[in-house]
Design a protein around this ligand. Structure first.
Ligand code: MF3
Ligand code: CO
Ligand code: CO
Length: 237
């Protein structure tokens, strides 16, 4: 069941990614995400989640996460994270990716590329018997090498029958994250990486999180399963 929810989320994200271009509004992307969910017999998990108003999160440029789709058209040079969570067969699957809108400058391209590598390094650190802190250590090590910040206020999370279980996955090195990974555990790895400050501000809408210094930030997310000898990425199309 978890595999089906995760695959549906990944396929929806892939479809949305192909629509990203200058001129499309984030509301239009949200409408496609909603339709796609319904046509798959799924429910978009974010819709009405603690009052969140949309079926998709769209986080542009300095927005770290939880950007709300609106009537602003994407512009050449923007970067945009699309975060899709679907509820299917009683399970949630959660994934996101950051896309380049048209031609973007070299520093933005490098940030997006490195953020993807940070996520993959974090996932590669998933191993039964090892502490959760290994994941953030791997991510932070790579981010540090580039002089990037790692957002601390938002973490990966356990997921399954619930969207967010109590389990937290910090993306920075957190000594106290001593819980040992065990086969069968399912959680997300979703680092948010910044060019400047890792600190954040929140808009008055109660959702949109932006970097404190308004520097550029990117994010990628997979839902993963701890296996007997390592890890399996569940949110693959
Ligand atoms: N999908 C986001 C995550 O990765 C959570 C979005 S919650 C919302 O955890 F309410 F903002 F949509
Ligand atoms: Co998530
Ligand atoms: Co997500």
């Amino acid at each position: 069941r978890m595999r089906r929810a995760c695959k549906a989320a990944a396929q929806t994200l892939e479809k949305l990614g192909k629509l990203v271009r200058p001129g499309i509004t984030t509301e239009e992307l949200d409408a496609v995400a909603h339709e796609e969910a319904i046509s798959r017999g799924a429910y978009p998990s974010t819709l009405n989640y603690h009052g969140y108003p949309k079926s998709l999160c769209t986080s542009v440029n300095e927005v770290i996460c939880h950007g709300i789709p609106d009537s602003r058209a994407l512009e050449e040079g923007d970067i945009v994270n699309l975060d899709v969570t679907l509820y299917l067969d009683g399970m949630h699957g959660d994934c996101s990716a950051t896309y380049l809108v048209g031609k973007v400058d070299e520093s933005a391209r490098k940030l997006v590329e490195t953020t993807y590598e940070c996520m993959m390094k974090g996932i590669a650190a998933v191993k039964p018997g090892r502490p959760i802190s290994d994941i953030g250590r791997a991510i932070q090590t790579l981010a540090d090498q580039h002089g990037y910040g790692v957002v601390r206020a938002y973490c990966g999370h356990g997921i399954g029958e619930r969207f967010h279980t109590g389990l937290q996955i910090p993306h920075y090195f957190e000594e106290e994250a001593t819980t040992r990974m065990a086969p069968g555990m399912i959680f997300t790895v979703e680092p948010m990486i910044t060019v400047g400050s890792w600190d954040y501000d929140q808009w008055k809408d109660g959702w949109t999180a932006v970097t404190a210094d308004r520097s550029l930030t990117a994010q990628f997310e997979h839902t993963v399963l701890v296996t007997d000898d390592g890890v399996e990425i569940l949110t693959l199309p």
